[in-house]
Design a protein around this ligand. Structure first.
Ligand code: SF4
Ligand code: SF4
Length: 134
């Protein structure tokens, strides 16, 4: 799960290009499963704008996301618990396929922060950053 709190330090020496480390265990766009499939839409606090962003998602995209959730659920695949990649992570580019509609927590997560560097380290992205994380 992506940490919500702010970083203690950051570096500008990293790029998201070809990384996607912070998306590789999310299962779905963070929060959307709970809102769409677990009935949290009314109770969602929306302090990070996630619900608002989701509501302006194109209907086709929303329908496709819900379809993927239902297919996975029917197959007994709990993507979040299994630490599977977010369904919006493009495996070729390792970038978000629907960046404009990514939820609030994904927007708040900053490149180059301690948490970002930790994710990169977990997936051995940019091993040359050892100095920056020391
Ligand atoms: S881990 Fe950091 S560099 Fe990699 S995609 Fe996430 S924010 Fe970008
Ligand atoms: S919605 Fe996009 S940015 Fe957020 S976890 Fe999924 S691929 Fe990553």
């Amino acid at each position: 799960m992506i940490p919500i709190s702010l970083p203690v330090r950051s570096t500008t020496d990293v790029s998201c290009e070809g990384c996607g480390a912070c998306c590789r265990t999310m299962g779905y766009p963070v929060g959307y499963y709970a809102i769409i499939n677990q009935g949290y839409s009314l109770a969602w606090p929306d302090d990070d704008g996630t619900l608002t962003i989701m509501r302006r998602m194109p209907k086709q995209l929303f329908t496709e996301l819900r379809r993927q959730m239902r297919i996975n659920d029917a197959a007994g695949i709990d993507r979040g618990s299994r630490d599977l990649p977010c369904v919006w992570l493009d495996p070729q580019t390792m970038r978000c396929k629907h960046y404009e509609y990514r939820p609030g927590i994904c927007r708040d997560f900053e490149v180059g922060t301690r948490f970002c560097l930790d994710w990169r380290k977990t997936f051995s992205v940019g091993a040359d950053l050892a100095k920056a994380t020391a």
